[in-house]
Design a protein around this ligand. Structure first.
Ligand SMILES: Nc1ncnc2c1ncn2[C@@H]1O[C@H](COP(=O)(O)OP(=O)(O)OP(=O)(O)O)[C@@H](O)[C@H]1O
Ligand SMILES: [Mg+2]
Length: 334
């Protein structure tokens, strides 16, 4: 995972009307990794992905993908990437099979190759048995899976997924992730995705970049980011008094802080799982027993709050509601 495949340097987008959507961002993505761009509504995620997949022209700066410049060699870039946009783009009046083969022909692939890959991809995403049904009969999860298979018809080196699981139920989100992880494993594919689901970025992102107001605030592995802003907390109840263990706990090298809150000893440590044995034996060494123990590890939300001063959770709710509303309206119109 050391070969660099995307190199972004000072990339900037100002929309006509003067909206500064992406503000001089720079980062690298390495071959075979899942890179998650995490941020709230309007942060600039889709605009960033749009410039990388050449559907939007950068106002300033540069991005190079597998050696090709998005500015100077957009068609070369397009030939080696796959794109799954945020807005559903498949044709509702066509079948799944027609949609995916059409994309293959648009890439100029030979007929036989298109057919063979379409079969293989539809099988992979579990849609082969409904391939001859019109897309309008597909559920939200089936549509997403179809779009992902369409994005893969040219065997891309890099797959761009803009909010691949937005508005889907928990089970379908898990299924989509299964496919994404399989692509990474089977093809060593580089996956660049945007999401506002903190848990998904945390669980599946090899690295995460937090973006807000068009600026990247921090980039790193989820665990590193969490460790950089806050410590793990071990909560313990013991048989005896707090005073009897306070002294011995404070001397442990991993322990940063000890507090007594609501009958519980709260111990802030660098790395919870490796600190627990030492904490327990320190308590035992002064003749006390642990009655109950729990470990709380920080989430990416705490990282997000640290850098932006606000929680992302409240915003993601309103986003889901907006998405649901948009779908309802679209259905009502047709
Ligand atoms: N075509 C456009 N013209 C003008 N402003 C735009 C355009 N598209 C996006 N913007 C603005 O640019 C900013 C970034 O938008 P963008 O769609 O990139 O955000 P996002 O992070 O993808 O948001 P979301 O989570 O809603 O998908 C927002 O302020 C948005 O209103
Ligand atoms: Mg977006």
């Amino acid at each position: 995972m050391t070969e660099e495949i995307i190199n972004v340097n000072g990339l900037t987008k100002i929309y006509s009307g003067g909206v500064l959507a992406v503000d001089h961002i720079s980062f690298k993505v390495y071959e075979g990794e899942i890179f998650a761009l995490l941020g709230p509504n309007g942060a600039g995620k889709s605009t960033t992905i749009g410039m990388l997949n050449t559907s939007l022209k950068p106002t300033e700066g540069e991005a190079v993908i597998a050696g090709y410049s998005v500015k100077d060699e957009p068609s070369k870039v397009r030939s080696i990437i796959g794109v799954v946009p945020q807005e559903f783009s498949a044709d509702e009046d066509l079948t799944g099979w027609e949609n995916i083969t059409l994309i293959g022909y648009l890439y100029g692939l030979p007929k036989e190759v298109v057919k063979q890959r379409a079969i293989e991809l539809l099988q992979t995403v579990g849609l082969y048995n409904v391939k001859d049904k019109k897309v309008e009969t597909y559920s939200g999860g089936m549509r997403r899976r179809l779009e992902i298979s369409m994005g893969l018809i040219n065997r891309p080196k890099v797959l761009f997924l803009d909010e691949p699981t937005l508005g889907l139920d928990v089970q379908t989100r898990a299924a989509i992730w299964e496919y994404i992880l399989r692509l990474k494993k089977d093809y060593n594919m580089t996956i660049f995705l945007t999401t506002h689901y903190l848990e998904e970025a945390d669980a599946y992102g090899d690295r995460v970049a937090i973006i807000d107001h068009g600026k990247i605030l921090v980039i790193g592995k989820p665990d590193e980011l969490k460790r950089s802003v806050t410590w793990d907390t071990i909560s313990i109840e013991i048989t005896g008094s707090y005073d009897s263990v306070k002294q011995v706990l404070s001397t442990l090298p991993q322990v940063k802080e000890v507090n007594f809150i609501d009958g519980q000893i709260m111990i802030k440590v660098v790395d919870g799982p490796t600190a627990i044995p030492g904490v327990v034996s320190a308590i035992n060494s002064v003749g006390q027993e642990v009655k109950r123990l729990s470990l709380n590890r920080p989430s990416l939300d705490e990282v997000y709050m640290y850098y932006t001063g606000k929680s992302m959770r409240d915003e993601s709710m309103s986003k889901e509601e907006a998405f649901a509303l948009r779908r309802t309206l679209r259905r009502a119109r047709s």
